[in-house]
Design a protein around this ligand. Structure first.
Ligand code: KIV
Length: 300
């Protein structure tokens, strides 16, 4: 999504994703869960923002992504949409918003567009959810698939485990990705896969792949904002930290606390004035000053 000759960066759509894939131009995607970080992501020029269900862990403090609900996701999607309109906005379908039945899945995906101002939705799962993805696509809602490590299956996987590390397992992930492409997905997230497997899958698909912990051979990359800017204390091996925002936050808050303790904040530059006469009148009215003598009028 490069700037036009007039300097304007156009809005990114699912067509932009396809065009970038064709041109071999890498696609950048980050998560955002609120207004300010969405503004920052847009200012940085990313192609897509994912309102990820990582919200559960990095914002709401849950141990996994399983605890976040559709209503909570929508609340954050609306905030993100108020902060950014140029990147493609993708709402992540949370656990149990699409697994139980297809009609439910279409309705919840629709809520992301109607109530959350998203442009597209993402759902985890391969061939098992291809029919669900196809039904959502038929309703006119762009779907991004997500295969490989699937955090919503953490209990079934016995932990957050890298996938596709045997020939059979790699074949299953390729099959999942192919099924989602056939279902009409505009893109697929490949998570937690050996880089060679992810590169091969990318080569077999016509739609762009977005990698996370899947090496450099995918059509684009996504990272969780809190990990990349350095808010989360511990990050997985595949994350590159581009900042130390967590430490900067603590330093700034500690400096404020010290200023308050030492009474060095607020300073004269942080206060609002009141006219001297008005203040004197105020003091009189609350009994802090004697009233000024009223001039006596003499009879003529
Ligand atoms: O929820 C999320 O942040 C995600 C990314 C890790 C792809 O699904």
């Amino acid at each position: 999504m490069s700037a036009r000759p007039d300097g304007v960066v156009p809005r990114c759509t699912v067509l932009t994703f396809a065009e970038m894939r064709q041109r071999g131009e890498p696609i950048s995607m980050v998560t955002a869960h609120d207004f300010s970080t969405a503004q920052a992501a847009e200012a940085a020029g990313v192609n897509a923002i994912l309102v990820g269900d990582s919200l559960a862990m990095v914002v709401l403090g849950h141990p996994t992504t399983l605890q976040v609900t559709m209503d909570e996701m929508l609340h954050h999607a609306r905030a993100v949409a108020r902060g950014a309109r140029r990147p493609l906005l993708i709402g992540d379908m949370p656990f149990m918003s699409y697994q139980a039945d297809v009609a439910d899945a279409v309705r919840n995906a629709g809520r992301y567009l109607q109530e959350g101002s998203m442009d597209a939705v993402k759902l985890e799962g391969g061939r098992a959810y291809a029919a669900t993805a196809a039904a959502i696509v038929r309703a006119g809602i762009p779907v991004q698939g997500h295969v490989g490590l699937s955090p919503q299956r953490v209990k079934a996987m016995g932990g957050f485990k890298v996938q596709g590390q045997t020939a059979l397992a790699a074949l299953a992930v390729l099959d999942d990705a192919m099924a989602l492409e056939e279902a009409g997905c505009f893109s697929i997230v490949l998570e937690g896969l050996p880089d060679r497997v992810a590169t091969l899958i990318t080569g077999r698909l016509r739609i762009p792949t977005i990698g996370i912990g899947a090496g450099s051979g995918t059509s684009g990359q996504v990272l969780v904002m809190h990990d990349l800017v350095g808010i989360t204390a511990r990050v997985p091996r595949f994350v590159k930290r581009y900042g130390a925002v967590g430490e900067a936050l603590i330093d700034a808050i500690r400096a404020f606390k010290d200023d308050v303790t030492q009474r060095t904040f607020p300073g004269p530059e942080h206060v609002y004035p009141i006219d001297d006469g008005e203040y004197e009148a105020f003091l009189e009215s609350v009994g802090e000053r004697r009233p000024r003598a009223t001039p006596i009028r003499r009879a003529r």
